[in-house]
Design a protein. Structure first.
Ligand code: NAD
Length: 308
């Protein structure tokens, strides 16, 4: 079984994944080139486990066990004892390729290497490794402690035994794994981002108002949130980056980012976090929509001297 797990990159995903692993009794080696990121990951685990104790979901003893099982380092060589390495460094092929290559000189021959990429080719990364049959994708969703799904991504080079071992681990972590092949965005993001992109394009073409597009999907399809509100929550800039990467891999028109995503990103109207995106919010970080604010398309038209 995969008892010792190294997580490389302690940002948004790495912090969540280390928590899930430590809570499930794994020995966790957290590695980040940035000492501040490593310190923040430890503080995040201290805070979330303290909350769990207050809510009586953990005992003090369990909490201290979790904290002892999580150690952080800034040197990749700390991954030497890992049975499984999960890389969640930034979404750049160059950075991930470098990590995968360096790991060959560090870990044991049997160690499984999992990439947390959203949209880059798992197959291409596997081919960089001296152990392509032990490289696969392990796609958690943000926030990792709360989201049930993990996609386990195989390439044509992946050994079934590696997939089986990681699938067992996913169940042990309390997740619901799905087995998928290697294509940009896999199942969930592949379908979701194509849909979000179409919604942005519909709004941009003034086919319907932002409110009506969102209402149609909430009320007609039973979704908890409309696509433009969801884009604001994900971050318009993040969505654009994901689509750019998916389009670069797939060359599928569905993934070619709608121009409005680029415009909003470049204007700093990145959604809830900025206080403005497709909608305007009471303040940055707030989810409260200011109802009668002008839409980005209206603003642009007004600037050109047109009636809105
Ligand atoms: P992030 O920017 O929050 O964190 C990346 C971390 O990696 C940073 O702390 C950085 O210091 C560190 N890092 C950079 N180079 C490194 C190296 N060579 N060795 C060790 N550490 C290094 O990024 P994130 O949002 O956590 O995303 C990480 C990966 O997970 C990406 O591939 C992303 O596509 C994927 N992903 C992200 C989300 C999400 O919602 N944020 C969801 C699913 C998958």
């Amino acid at each position: 079984p995969l008892n010792t797990v190294a997580v490389i990159g302690l940002g948004t995903m790495g912090t969540g994944i280390t928590e899930v692993l430590a809570r499930a009794g794994r020995e966790v080696i957290g590695i980040d080139v940035c000492q501040t990121a490593a310190t923040r990951a430890v503080q995040a685990l201290e805070a979330s486990t303290a909350r769990a104790v207050r809510r009586e979901r953990l005992t003090e003893e369990e909490r201290s066990g979790i904290l002892t099982r999580f150690r952080t380092f800034t040197d990749l060589r700390a991954a030497a004892d890992a049975d499984l390495v999960i890389e969640v460094v930034p979404e750049s092929y160059e950075i991930k390729q470098q990590v995968v290559r360096e790991l060959d000189g560090v870990v044991r021959p049997g160690t499984i290497i999992a990439t947390g990429t959203n949209a880059l080719s798992v197959t291409r990364l596997a081919a960089e490794s001296a152990r392509p049959e032990r490289v696969l994708g392990l796609h958690f969703f943000n926030p990792a402690p709360a989201m049930k799904l993990v996609e386990i991504v195989s390439s044509v080079l992946t050994a079934p035994a590696a997939v089986a071992a990681v699938t067992d681990l996913a169940y042990a972590l309390g997740k619901e794994p799905v087995a998928v092949g290697d294509r940009p965005g896999f199942v969930a993001d592949g379908l979701l981002f194509g849909y979000l992109n179409q919604a942005a394009a519909m709004y941009e073409a003034k086919y319907a108002s932002r409110e009506d597009i969102d209402a149609a999907m909430r009320l007609g399809c039973g979704l908890p949130m409309g696509p433009l509100a969801l884009l604001d929550m994900i971050g318009v800039d993040t969505a654009r980056t994901v689509l750019d990467a998916m389009y670069a891999e797939s060359q599928d028109r569905l993934h070619a980012p709608a121009p409005i995503l680029k415009q909003l990103s470049e204007a700093g109207l990145t959604g809830r976090k900025a206080g403005r995106g497709f909608y305007t919010y009471a303040e940055p970080g707030s989810a409260e929509v200011v109802r009668d604010a002008l839409t980005p398309v209206e603003d642009e038209e007004r600037a050109r001297g047109r009636e809105v």
